[in-house]
Design a protein around this ligand. Sequence first.
Ligand code: TRP
Length: 367
Amino acid sequence: MPTNKFNPWEIKGDINYKKLIKEFGISPLNQLPEIFNKEILFRRKIIFAHRDIQRILQAIQNKKKFVMMTGLMPTGKFHLGHMIIARQMVFYQNLGAKIYIAVADIEAYNARGQSLEQSKKIAEDYILNYIALGLKPQNCEIYFQSERSKDAKKSNAYYRLQNLLSNHATFNEFKAVYGDITPGKMLSSLLQASDMLHPQLKEFENICPVIVPVGIDQDPHIRLTRDISKRVKNPKFTQLSSTYNLFISGLKGGKMSASDPTSYIASTDSPKEVKKKINKYAFSGGQPTLEEHRKKGGNPDIDVSYQYLKILEQDDNKLKEIYNNYKSGKLLTGELKALTIDTINNFLKQHQAKMKDAKKDIDKYLA
Ligand code: TRP
């Protein structure tokens, strides 16, 4: 029996979202303003839960300043799973948010033993992907945890906050939130707390609402940071808001894992690789024989190819038709896979061209 593990650095076993929502005390995401429906991730409930999103909705409605802050641990290739956060950066930027993105190179060093140089190289590839997905250089700060800013005032403020926050947390809280805890992990989580709170310092944007979109595995960090920030008297932080997305299924089920190339579709995969990966590995919700499939139909809800269509196919009617036809047995697994391969390859062809183009612009993002 595999033991179930669920913390920001390790996920093992099945993910029971309902249970996590309850345990973590987050709220399902229900009615959102119409403008959110433009993004299929909201429309299709791939972003499914939140804390305090109303503060952000108010800021949008009243045209008040707000920040979207998130971070990435640059390990392995950029894959379809990473797109979920990247698309939200672009979405909130288009809504007028100021975007803060932390490259968690210190966390990668402390939690994964990856060198800062290696993180830097990989991060550049991630940033090219963000640009290709539509992130603009205006109103956008991308920084490395190991080098917040060339401006000493800003840099000092960020690291000072990390240090001062430690006074407001207890060891038992760390243990309760993370289970296994090492000095490196503890520092990384305080640094992540500073990532999320520092936009509100006077050296940055001043007190304002901040939304942090993450995968649900990151909620322990958010819980801890929300608790700590309440205890800080000066400045009086506005409580963080957050949203949570489902993990994009790995090819064989489970999560897309950067350490296993047969678990993901990378943004740099060739059409041939995509075809091979989908045909060979993508877990099917179909029946074992053709006769059975025609009679009983397939299960799109567990079919991995269908999950990929759900994040890539923009046309709701087309998606619905595929869903219904697969469920009724009219559409066969081979046909569903062929459709998926086509959709991914069409997307990647354009995306890869944009990534190539993005190379000349990357310095505008790394001020
Ligand atoms: N811990 C995050 C990860 O593993 C990366 C991260 C660092 C982050 N700082 C952050 C995420 C701030 C959200 C907000 O991917």
